[in-house]
Design a protein around this ligand. Structure first.
Ligand SMILES: C[S@@+](CC[C@H](N)C(=O)[O-])C[C@H]1O[C@@H](n2cnc3c(N)ncnc32)[C@H](O)[C@@H]1O
Length: 332
């Protein structure tokens, strides 16, 4: 990916999020969203690895949910400091470690213990090397663990999103405010009014999604560069063929698709007992899923809206056949 625009200062945005918007209510909303997708009531006894922790809100939510051990890391020092400030709110517990490092840095990753829950929400598409980042993150799952991944979905507007992000990062502070104003008017106020909904209510209630702040997410969306995206079938094919991961659950419809993945049974066995277990194969049996479903959300340019409906797929949990796969990004 050509690195031809300044990168977005994610950590600075998260610093402002915590300074201006942090509340215990947001932590519990974040926790509810996370536990609901994981299909759990709590994280007791589980180890949790937060890759690209940003504000640290979800690491804090994992701590409150009883995770036995939390490791949070981010490449941006401001994100690291902001996450440290949230840990300090809980008295700097010994079972929560915060590190600065990149998911693309294999030497750094080698120091980390694999975790029961590898969580990387809205991160790996911002690394500049998304597929390697996904592959690296997956190496940090324990056998039998899960990978909670959220990645931007490809749409017809993706090329224009990329141009907007580059323009935003090159803009003066004044021009940035103008772009933010235009985005809010165009994508929330006008869209809401035309749809007969109250856009100011949408903004007020935005935190109910994942505990986030509307304006912080507008800036993250406009600025979030490096930027890549992927279609669901690309992610599933990559995970199945390259990483031997199978889908447990999927939520689509927002700017980010959420994926819950686990090792195929054969891979988990091979990892747990590398000497005796058979090597993972493409024909390995699919892991148990929970009646795989698509959670479809309505969306407006770039920012997700609440889940609007849930639709069950075929009982086998199989994903419909892939129609188009850009072979240039895969080497198999
Ligand atoms: C959009 S934010 C998401 C933050 C958080 N996961 C959340 O859900 O709110 C993306 C985060 O990924 C971090 N990031 C980008 N590239 C990274 C890399 N190579 N390694 C680790 N973190 C990275 C950024 O610094 C930023 O904090």
């Amino acid at each position: 990916m050509a690195d031809d625009a300044p990168h977005f200062a994610f950590g600075d945005n998260w610093k402002h999020f915590v300074a201006d918007h942090f509340s215990e209510e947001r932590v519990s909303i974040a926790q509810k969203h996370m536990l609901s997708f994981l299909g759990r009531n709590d994280l007791k006894g589980k180890t949790f690895l937060d890759i690209g922790c940003g504000s640290g809100l979800h690491s804090l939510a994992a701590f409150d949910a009883g995770a036995a051990k939390i490791v949070s890391f981010d490449v941006d020092p401001d994100s690291v400091h902001t996450t440290e400030s949230l840990r300090a709110r809980r008295g700097d517990p010994k079972n929560w470690t915060i590190l600065q490092g990149s998911v693309l840095d294999k030497e750094f990753l080698a120091q980390l213990a694999p975790a029961d829950i590898v969580y990387s929400w809205g991160v790996l598409h911002h690394t500049g090397d998304m597929w390697n980042a996904v592959a690296n993150a997956a190496t940090l799952m324990v056998p039998g663990g899960v990978f909670y991944l959220a990645l931007y979905t490809t749409t017809q507007q993706s090329p224009s999103y990329l141009r907007i992000k580059k323009r935003y990062n090159r803009a003066t502070p004044l021009l940035k405010r103008a772009m933010e104003f235009r985005h809010v008017v165009r994508h929330t106020v006008l869209t809401g009014l035309l749809a007969g909904t109250n856009p100011f209510r949408t903004i007020r209630e935005y935190k109910k999604l994942r505990g986030m702040s509307y304006m912080v997410d507008v800036r993250d969306w406009l600025g979030g560069y490096p930027y890549e995206d992927a279609r669901v079938e690309e992610v599933l094919r990559f995970c199945r063929r390259k990483l031997r991961l199978e889908l447990i659950d999927l939520a689509t419809g927002g700017a980010n698709n959420e994926y819950l993945l686990q090792h195929t049974a054969a891979t988990a066995a091979a990892l747990a007992s590398p000497v005796t277990a058979p090597a993972a194969t493409l024909s390995a049996p699919a892991p148990a899923n929970r009646g795989l479903k698509f959670v479809t959300k309505t969306s407006w340019a770039g920012l997700p809206l609440p889940t609007s409906r849930t639709r069950d797929l075929q009982p086998t949990g199989r994903i419909p056949p892939v129609k188009q796969v850009p072979h240039d990004i895969f080497d198999f």
